[in-house]
Design a protein around this ligand. Structure first.
Ligand SMILES: Cc1cc2nc3c(=O)[nH]c(=O)nc-3n(C[C@H](O)[C@H](O)[C@H](O)COP(=O)(O)OP(=O)(O)OC[C@H]3O[C@@H](n4cnc5c(N)ncnc54)[C@H](O)[C@@H]3O)c2cc1C
Length: 495
């Protein structure tokens, strides 16, 4: 909270009707679908989130690469819930959850709001993890928010502009035309594929001094394969397709240093390699919301290394049947951090609350129905894994198109997304190439205001040990992901 400003506390205005009060933290997949599930219920719903929008994260990479606008993937939560009369939307960052007194405290600038609940659904998601190297963020932004995507858009298109100026002066611009994506999961693969396409198709005729199609796109991961959650075979196919699209793939490489001009990677045999690259994108790890920590402290529920909280089978917290945690924040039965886990968990929690209020039997343990995973590699090429069906290519891409269209919120956004896709995939245009100085430099400015990231840098000796441990963890995690997918074990309750 800003110094010298009065703190304003109040009870949320929607809390005076005497009805059962459901408070939902987050307006992402978990939060929004939970709120909607109460549409016809005789309860009072308050959705508290730190952003004004519901973000469709799976398409962030298309905002970053100029295909879609931010509005198309991030409609205002207030607008989505406008017709749901029992729902109130409150903008603010939740800073405290008091389980004993059933209170949630949120802050917006100097306004502090305390909201009382009878039932609580926590769906605050996850942020980017730099595995203890938060100082990397300044030079390799992650992709978790609209701010991130717009900043990356500015950096990607800006790098081509700088290269054009440098080339006109006869300078070496290889570092400007080298793009490195760290993390070969779905986000990294989609991002690398799209940058390659941007360079090879969209920008091909736009410059006079550089040949954009010669840009280098490198995808780096410490794991031994790309797309571990899709299993080994699809991983291999995806790798071949990416390479055909012009993406260089470097596996078994742990990123150990990142700076303005490039990054360093360390291999298992101890070799260190450096790539000179001005534009780096971090798509390598997630860290669950900090709110998990306060819930863990108050209930004794364990947190794993990614900050995810162990919940009961019905998604409640130990000794707090009125508190549910859903989505990316939970650690339950190897469930992956994907939208369907959040959506289905949110619906399950809402159904449990409604059953209790109606005096009906509760649905009991949460059973995840795995609808499969998909990722695009390039135009007309995707990978899909649904149960035993695994495919790559055009049909998979069509499936990707239909599913993503179905989940974009709002008819208007679906319509404009289709138009933008037609322009980008059949034509070669991208209509959302606008970038601003604020988008590119705001992060650095904010970091300076907040005192910089210098304090986060650890001692050099300390780092080496941490990194080796991290490499082992990442390798094990990737192998486990591939094993779970190949063995169809995902989401099966532990015996
Ligand atoms: C780039 C990217 C691509 C992805 N692609 C796919 C994909 O193709 N398929 C797929 O299934 N999944 C994908 N995912 C994962 C999927 O988006 C998540 O699993 C899903 O969003 C999790 O839902 P959630 O409700 O738990 O969290 P989120 O959707 O992240 O929502 C969290 C909400 O909580 C709010 N919040 C956080 N902290 C606070 C706080 N302290 N106070 C108030 N509000 C707070 C946020 O503003 C947000 O509204 C992708 C994720 C990313 C980042």
């Amino acid at each position: 909270m800003a110094a010298n400003q009065p703190e304003i506390s109040q009870a949320a205005p929607a809390q005076r009707s005497g009805k059962h009060r459901v408070v939902i933290i987050g307006s992402g997949f978990g939060g929004l679908f939970a709120a909607k599930e109460f549409k016809h219920a005789d309860v009072e719903v308050t959705v508290i989130a730190k952003t004004t929008h519901h973000l469709f994260q799976p398409l962030l990479y298309q905002v970053a690469t100029g295909i879609l606008s931010q509005g198309e993937i991030a409609p205002p939560t207030r607008e989505i819930l406008a017709k749901q009369k029992n729902a109130t939307v409150l903008l603010g960052e939740v800073t405290e959850i008091d389980l004993a007194n059933k209170l949630v405290t949120s802050e917006l600038l100097n306004r502090r709001t305390v909201t009382a609940y009878d039932s609580l659904i926590v769906a605050a998601g996850a942020g980017q993890s730099y595995f203890g190297n938060d100082q990397f963020a300044e030079f390799a932004p992650g992709m978790k928010s609209i701010d991130d995507a717009l900043e990356l858009r500015g950096r990607i298109f800006g790098a081509f502009e700088l290269a054009e100026i440098g080339a006109a002066r006869g300078e070496n611009v290889d570092h400007l035309l080298t793009f490195v994506v760290v993390g070969a999961g779905p986000t990294g693969v989609e991002m690398a594929g799209q940058i390659a396409e941007l360079a090879r198709r969209t920008l091909k005729k736009d410059f006079r001094h550089i040949q954009s199609q010669k840009a280098r796109v490198v995808l780096v991961d410490a794991a031994p394969q790309v797309l571990p959650p899709f299993g080994e075979k699809l991983g291999e196919k995806s790798q071949a397709a990416l390479e055909k699209a012009g993406v260089e793939i470097v596996l078994g490489a742990m990123v150990t240093a990142v700076d303005e001009r490039g990054l360093e990677m360390k291999f298992k045999d101890g070799t260190v390699k450096r790539i000179e690259s001005v534009t780096k994108i971090w798509a390598a790890g997630v860290q669950a919301s900090e709110l998990g920590k306060t819930l863990s402290e108050q209930t004794g529920a364990e947190l794993d290394r990614a900050g995810r909280i162990a919940v009961n089978g019905d998604l409640t917290l130990p000794n707090h049947p009125e508190v549910f945690v859903v989505g990316d924040m939970i650690n339950l039965n190897h469930l992956p951090g994907v939208a369907q886990v959040a959506i289905q968990g949110a619906k399950h929690s809402a159904k449990t609350i409604k059953a209790r209020l109606a005096g009906k039997p509760e649905p009991g343990a949460f059973k995840y129905f795995d609808k499969g995973s998909m990722a695009t590699i390039s135009r007309f090429n995707a990978v899909v894994s649904v149960g035993k069906i695994k495919m790559a290519g055009f049909i998979a891409w069509l499936m990707w198109l239909v599913v993503h269209l179905a989940y974009i919120t709002g008819f208007r956004n679906r319509l404009t997304a289709v138009l933008h896709w037609l322009m980008s995939f059949i034509g070669r245009d991208r209509s959302e190439r606008t970038t601003t100085m604020q988008q590119i430099f705001a992060r650095s400015a904010l970091e300076r205001i907040e005192g910089g990231a210098a304090g986060l840098v650890s001692e050099p000796g300390e780092m080496d040990a941490l990194l080796e441990e991290r490499r082992r963890e990442l390798e094990e995690q990737a192998l486990e992901e591939a094993r779970l997918t190949d063995a169809h074990e995902r989401g099966v309750a532990a015996q």
